[in-house]
Design a protein around this ligand. Sequence first.
Ligand code: SF4
Length: 288
Amino acid sequence: MSKRVQSPSSINTYKQCPRKYYYQYILKLPTKDNIHLIRGNVTHTVLEQFYEIDSSLLSENYIEELTYYVKNLFNAHWTKAYPKIMKLGLTEEQIVFYYQETIMMLANWLNHILQKLRKELETKPVEEAFRSIKPTAIEQEFSSNELMVRGFVDYIEEDGSDVKIMDYKTSKKFELTPEYKLQLAIYALLYDKKYGKRPTKAGIWFLKHGEITIDVDEELVKLAKFEIEQIHLATESDNILDYPKHEGPLCRYSTGQCDFYETCFKLYPRNTHEVELQAIPQVQNKKY
Ligand code: SF4
């Protein structure tokens, strides 16, 4: 059987719960929207489009101009996402909370950008200074047929021979979790496969807090290679019995539940070894 195309998300889903992987990537059951997903998409779009501003229009009032631009971008994309947000069943107070918290995250990020810009402005006019703080690449797709893995890097910065690959996160915690570390390790390996050299650093820009980076060393690349090998071995089968449930706090929590909770505990309520094969829906032939 040919290998499935994996991604940092699919690998982390498998590590969290193999059954969840089965529902999402093999049965391809639909996932549900939630506020964190929608807010994450809105924020990523704003940060991506921020650099599309015509910097020749920036004046000495660049701070007000960029602040206004970010606010407008955010309001436009939040408004576009609003019908989806309304369907989530949140209270008005909750929606206002997420709106204000996202504004605060973007303001925090913009402050960091303005600091970089101020430094460049010591020697350059505003248009040139803005160009020089622009990442080398934004939202770049990496894909390897050899590894059968793909992923999107939010932005890449180059400074001479130093290369930094970065991902944005809206998480509450300012912590490089094992899941984030694995995601960065895979991006670093994919970068290496594409360009024939390792990035120097990889990191997360936590919009609520700031940046955490790590060195890309042999150990990090080995971690990516190991986990990719493991996921291919673990997902060769189409049989639900090979994807055990990892029941735990992520099945159901105070503010929500796993997207597949109903399927998992109502359609297949019994333990894996008791599941009747006849009850299992036909697996689609197409690989993720
Ligand atoms: S409900 Fe729990 S056991 Fe079932 S797929 Fe989700 S995380 Fe896994």
